[in-house]
Design a protein around this ligand. Structure first.
Ligand code: MN
Length: 762
C-alpha cells in the first residue's frame, strides 16, 4: 500500500503484532474468565485477518490501532471483555468486507449491535462536509448512546488513540480533527466523568491547534519542575508526619495542572505563565474500607487544617454529596508557610478511580462490593448492574446540572422521553416520543403531509394540529393544498424531523421573499440612479436596526419598510458620509449580482494550492481581518467565508476558531501571509498593567512613538488604587514588530504585565 515504506519483514511484523496483542492481554487477564479470553482471541484473529492488507498513515499495520483502542478501553476506561472484543473489531464493518451480520454470527447480538452503533456513529461524526450539521451529529451520538453507552466509550477510546497518533496526518486534517475533539469529545468525556481522558484529549487538541503556546508551556513546566517538587515536599512534610502518626494508610501526590488548563488560565485572566504555574495542588489518596470513607476523609481534612489555615470560601464537599457525574472528593485550599495558596484534594482510592475512569469504575465498586474483579459485561444485564449504570447515565443526561454542556440539554427531551405507539387509519403502527402532537405524526407519515397539515382526527374526533397524542390513538391527518408551514408550529412540535422540516421551509420561504424584496429595492434605487452594493445594503440594514440584509429585503417585500424611508436615509447621509461618494463612483457598470452571493456559490478551496495569501494583490479575493482576534502579519491564521462580509481572517488561536473549524470546516480557507516586510500597518491592541507612577504614561508613549516609530491609534488609561491599566491601539507591521514593541515596553519601570488584546473595536 505504502511505497514509502522501506523493506517490510513480514515475519518480524507478525511477531511484533503478536507482542502488542500479548500486552493487551496482560492488561486484561486478571479480570477475564477463560471463555472471555477465547472470545477476545477470536476477535483479534478476525480483526487481524480483516485488516491484513491495511496500513495506517504512519505506515504501520492497521491492526495496531484496534489493539491500542482495546487497551484504552480496558485499562483506561475499565470496561470488560465484550467491550474489548468490540474495540478490536470496531473498524471492521466500516473498513473491510465484514458485515454486521458476520459479527452477529461470530460474536452474538450484543457485539453486533455495538459495532453497528460504532459504524453508524463514525459515518455521522467523521464525514462532515458541507451539508451535515454538528447539532444533528450530537443528537445521533446521544441516540446511539442511549442504546448502549459502550458505543460512546469505545468511540472515545478510538478518538483518543487517533489523537495520540495525529502526527502523521496533514496539517489541515490535524486542525479539523483537533477542533472536533475539543468541541465534542472532550466535553463528552468530561460529562461522563472520564477526567483523565478528557484532560489528555484537551492537551492533545491544544497541541495541534496552538503548537507554539503548547510547546512554550511544556518547556516552562519542565524548567520549573524541580522548583515545584521542592515546594510540594516542604509543604507536605508536616502533614505526612501527622498522617503517619494517626495510622492512616495513604498516598500523597503533587498534581500538575494540564497544559491546556494553564493556557486557558493565561488567556482568560491575561496573565503570563509565571502567574499560573505555581498554583499548587496536592492530592491525598486514602486506602480504607468503604464504610469508613467519610470519617477517614474528614480525619485527613482535620489533620491538614491543624497545620495550615484553610480558605473558607474554597471548601468543597463532594463526599457527602457527589457531583452528578459521580465525582467524589473533598477539596480545600490552605495557606502555605510561603504565602501561597495550595489546593488539597482528599479522596479514597475508590473515589480516585471513579474520578479518573468515570462511572465504569463507580459501578464496579458499587455492585460487586466484595468482588471488584468480576466483569460487568459477563453477567446478565439485570443482575450485573451494568444496566443500572446505564440508567444512571441516562438520568444524568436527563437532568444535567446548570454547567452541563448545552447540547445535551437541547436534545435530551427527544432522546430519552418515553415512546408512544400511534396508529394510522389503516392500522399501521408509528412510534413517536411521548409528547408528540398530531403535526409530528403528520410529518412522520411524510414531509409533504406535514407541510400541508391543517388538523387531525384523533379517534374520529377533530383536534387542532397541536393536540398531544397518547399511545393507542388512531390518527387521520387532514391536509389542504393552501397550507404552508407557520412560525408558531415550532412552538409545539417535538420531533427532530418536524422541527427541521418546518425550519427549512420557513427559511426557503424567507429566501424567496427576500429575493423579491431585493429586486424591488434594486429597481427603485435605479430610478434614483443608485446601484445596490454590499456597503449600501449593510449600512441600510444596520441603520434600520435589522439583523441581516435578508431582513432588510424581507421588510421591503412585506412593505413594513417604505422606500421613502430608504430615500430619506440616503439623502441624510449624502453630504456627511464618505461612502456615498464611493458609491457614486461605482454606479457605472457595477454588477449587482456580486452582492449577497451565498458562500456555497464561492469557489471552494480544492487543495493546498488554494491558500489565500494575504497581501498578495494578484489574488482576487476580498478579505478583512476579524475583529475578534485582530490578526497581524506573522500570526498563524486561516480564512473563514462569511455569509455577508466576505472572507474574514482569524488567528488560529482565536477564541472563535474551534467553533468555526468544527462547525463550518467547509467554509474554512487556508491562509498565509505574503512574504514581504512592508505591509501597511495593522491595528492591534495591547493591555498594559502596572503600578501608577508620575511620568509612566509619558514613558510608555515615548517608547511607542519615538523609539520605535510606531503609530498609536488610541490610548486609554485607567487608574485605581495605585494600579493602572492601559489599553493602547497601535499600528504595527507584523508580529515581529509587535513583539519588539512589547519587549521594549517591558523595560519601562513600573510596568508589570503586557499582553496582546484579542478584541479591539475599531
Ligand atoms: Mn478507529
Amino acid at each position: 500500500m505504502s511505497d514509502k515504506m522501506p523493506e517490510i519483514d513480514p515475519e518480524k511484523e507478525k511477531q511484533d503484532i503478536l507482542k502488542a496483542y500479548k500486552k493487551l492481554l496482560r492488561s486484561t487477564k486478571r479480570n477475564e474468565a477463560k471463555g472471555d479470553l477465547k472470545l477476545i482471541r477470536k476477535a483479534f484473529d478476525v480483526a487481524l485477518d480483516a485488516h491484513k492488507d491495511m496500513r495506517r498513515k504512519s505506515g504501520e499495520p492497521y491492526i495496531y490501532h484496534p489493539i491500542a483502542v482495546a487497551e484504552i478501553v480496558t485499562s483506561e476506561i475499565g470496561l470488560g471483555a465484550k467491550s474489548i472484543v468490540c474495540a478490536l473489531l470496531h473498524d471492521t464493518v466500516e473498513d473491510t468486507d465484514l458485515t454486521v451480520e458476520d459479527m452477529r454470527r461470530m460474536f452474538g447480538d450484543k457485539v453486533a449491535q455495538i459495532i453497528d452503533g460504532l459504524t453508524k456513529l463514525s459515518s455521522v461524526l467523521d464525514i462532515q462536509e458541507d451539508k451535515s450539521l454538528q447539532a444533528e451529529n450530537f443528537r445521533k451520538m446521544l441516540l446511539t448512546m442511549s442504546s448502549d453507552i459502550r458505543v460512546i466509550l469505545i468511540k472515545l477510546a478510538d478518538r483518543l488513540h487517533n489523537m495520540r497518533t495525529l502526527d502523521s496526518m496533514r496539517r489541515d486534517k490535524q486542525l479539523k480533527i483537533a477542533s472536533e475533539t475539543m468541541y465534542i469529545y472532550a466535553p463528552l468525556a468530561h460529562r461522563l466523568g472520564l477526567y483523565a481522558i478528557k484532560t489528555e484529549l484537551e492537551d492533545l487538541s491544544f497541541k495541534y491547534i496552538e503548537p507554539e503556546l503548547y510547546e512554550e508551556i511544556v518547556a516552562k513546566l519542565k524548567d520549573t519542575q524541580r522548583q515545584r517538587t521542592r515546594f510540594i515536599n516542604k509543604f507536605s512534610f508536616p502533614i505526612i508526619n501527622s498522617l503517619n502518626n494517626a495510622g492512616i494508610d495513604y498516598e500523597i501526590k503533587g498534581r500538575t495542572k494540564s497544559v491546556y488548563s494553564i493556557a486557558q488560565k493565561m488567556k482568560t485572566q491575561s496573565v503570563p505563565f509565571e502567574e499560573v504555574y505555581d498554583i499548587f495542588a496536592i492530592r491525598i489518596i486514602l486506602n480504607c474500607k468503604m464504610e469508613n470513607e467519610k470519617s477517614e476523609t474528614w480525619k485527613a481534612y482535620s489533620i491538614i487544617t491543624d497545620h495550615y489555615v484553610p480558605n473558607p470560601g474554597r471548601f468543597r464537599d463532594w463526599v457527602s454529596k457527589p457531583k452528578s457525574n459521580g465525582y467524589e472528593s473533598l477539596h480545600t485550599t490552605v495557606m502555605s508557610d510561603s504565602g501561597k495558596w495550595v489546593e488539597v484534594q482528599i479522596r479514597t482510592v475508590r473515589m480516585d478511580d471513579v474520578a479518573e475512569k468515570g462511572l465504569a469504575a463507580h459501578w464496579k465498586y458499587k455492585d460487586t462490593g466484595k468482588d471488584a474483579n468480576k466483569d460487568a459485561d459477563q453477567k446478565a444485564p439485570a443482575e450485573s448492574g451494568f444496566e443500572s449504570w446505564l440508567n444512571q447515565i441516562r438520568e444524568l443526561l436527563e437532568s444535567p446540572d446548570p454547567n452541563a454542556i448545552d447540547f445535551i440539554d437541547d436534545f435530551k427531551l427527544n432522546l430519552f422521553a418515553e415512546e408512544i405507539f400511534v396508529f394510522t387509519p389503516s392500522g399501521e403502527v408509528r412510534t413517536l416520543p411521548s409528547d408528540a402532537t398530531s403535526l409530528d405524526f403528520a410529518f412522520d407519515i411524510h414531509t409533504e403531509v406535514g407541510m400541508r397539515c391543517i388538523g387531525a382526527k384523533v379517534n374520529g374526533k377533530l383536534y387542532p394540529l397541536s393536540h398531544n397524542l397518547k399511545s393507542g390513538d388512531q390518527v387521520e391527518v387532514l391536509t389542504s393544498n393552501k397550507q404552508r408551514p407557520k412560525e408558531d408550529w415550532l412552538g409545539f412540535v417535538v420531533t427532530a424531523k418536524a422541527k427541521s422540516k418546518i425550519k427549512q421551509s420557513l427559511k426557503d420561504e424567507n429566501r424567496r421573499i427576500a429575493a423579491d424584496g431585493k429586486e424591488i429595492l434594486e429597481r427603485k434605487l435605479k430610478s434614483i440612479k443608485l446601484t445596490l452594493t454590499r456597503e449600501l445594503t449593510d449600512n441600510m440594514y444596520k441603520h434600520f436596526r435589522l439583523k441581516t440584509s435578508q431582513d432588510l429585503f424581507i421588510s421591503i417585500a412585506k412593505k413594513s419598510l417604505d422606500f421613502k424611508d430608504i430615500k430619506d436615509y440616503i439623502e441624510s447621509t449624502k453630504n456627511a458620509s464618505k461612502w456615498y461618494n464611493v458609491l457614486r463612483n461605482r454606479i457605472s457598470g457595477t454588477s449587482t449580482t456580486e452582492v449577497e452571493k451565498a458562500p456555497e456559490a464561492r469557489p471552494r478551496p480544492k487543495d493546498k494550492g488554494d491558500t489565500l495569501v494575504i497581501g498578495d494583490a494578484s489574488q482576487k479575493m476580498d478579505y478583512v481581518m476579524a475583529k475578534c482576534c485582530s490578526p497581524i502579519p506573522g500570526d498563524d491564521v486561516f480564512g473563514f467565508v462569511t455569509i455577508n462580509e466576505g472572507i474574514k481572517i482569524h488567528r488560529t488561536s482565536c477564541p472563535n476558531a474551534i467553533h468555526i473549524r468544527s462547525n463550518y470546516a467547509y467554509r474554512v480557507v487556508p491562509a498565509s501571509w505574503a512574504s514581504k516586510d512592508d505591509y501597511t500597518a495593522f491595528v492591534t491592541g495591547i493591555l498594559i498593567t502596572g503600578i501608577d507612577d508620575v511620568g509612566l504614561v509619558n514613558s510608555i508613549t515615548t517608547v511607542i512613538s519615538k523609539d520605535l516609530n510606531v503609530n498609536m491609534k488610541s490610548i486609554a488609561f485607567e487608574s485605581q488604587d495605585g494600579v493602572f491599566e492601559g489599553h493602547i491601539k497601535v499600528l504595527v507591521e507584523g508580529i515581529h514588530h509587535l513583539n519588539n514593541l512589547i519587549k521594549n515596553l517591558k523595560n519601562v519601570n513600573g510596568i508589570k504585565k503586557i499582553v496582546r488584546e484579542d478584541e479591539i473595536d475599531n
